[in-house]
Design a protein. Sequence first.
Length: 239
Amino acid sequence: MTTPETPHRRIALIHALEESVAPIRAAFQSHWPEAYAFDLLDTSLAVDRAHAGTLDAAMMKRFASLTEYAMFADGLAGRAEGILFTCSAFGPAIDAVKARFHIPILRPNEAAFEQALKLGRSIGLAVTFAPSEASLRTELEQMAVARGQKIEVRSVFVEDALDALKSGDGYGHDVRVAEAVRRFDDVDVVVLGQFSMARAAEKARDVVSAPVLTTPEASVCAIRSRLTQGAAPQIHSPR
């Protein structure tokens, strides 16, 4: 049921992996079912990012185009009031559109990292998409510096887990993630660094005593908070 605090807000979800769609949909159903979330999926982004090894100008432009489409394709009445990116290896491209568009726009790990920084200084970070590891470590460390915090980040790339998930072996994916997370036996908090990893959260929690954070849940709660507190956001795009 829609309440005065949670009207039918339009939230654009922009994905580079099809495996990210179901986890964020589940998070919305659990934490903000009243929102109207719609999906933009470009699976070539992940392929091109892995092949190029870096974010080039052309890819940055593609992110700007996806954002503009999400906001303006349906005209004034239908544009997005908030945007959530679910692709974890594209931080600089997302930051560029955040600077242009004055609505709530979240990087995939932004909210989970904010929670992690509140929970401790020793943070375990697991990823299943290799280009995400370095970029997410940098993002987390920069967030800590901005807050005046000293942290220790331990990261792991869970090899073959994403391939297992893409081939339909969800159980194999989850087991690989849990086994990798097991090494984080003495950290303050663990972050599963990609939306597609949320399905492995329960198995991960079985092998570590620290809190295990997932990005879909943290992101939905964060964007709901930003959009339901105060007046509706003003939308502006400098040209």
